[in-house]
Design a protein around this ligand. Structure first.
Ligand SMILES: [Zn+2]
Length: 87
């Protein structure tokens, strides 16, 4: 067990490392062509969850933010091929 001041410093170092990792992941995802949701910083990587109804304005794959569930198409305008994320 660490003393309280060292414990706080260790917690802060871990928190900063996690943020840097999330930024690196977002940069990698962006370079690979993934969409990023701007609901928080570092940004959340959006994953494909289905395909759009071809009669709608949005075409092709539909992407979803895993944090807050924002979809790039309205819920009734696409066919979901991946279960709703539980994150
Ligand atoms: Zn989001």
């Amino acid at each position: 067990m660490l003393p309280a001041d060292k414990q706080a410093a260790a917690s802060l170092a871990i928190e900063n490392s996690e943020k840097q990792l999330a930024i690196a992941e977002a940069e990698l995802a962006r370079s690979l062509g993934y969409k990023l949701c701007h609901c928080q910083f570092p940004p959340t990587i959006m994953l494909a969850v289905g395909y759009a109804d071809p009669r709608r304005d949005v075409k092709g794959q539909v992407y979803e933010c895993s944090k807050f569930g924002y979809d790039t198409a309205a819920p009734w305008a696409f066919t979901r091929t991946k279960p709703v994320s539980a994150e």
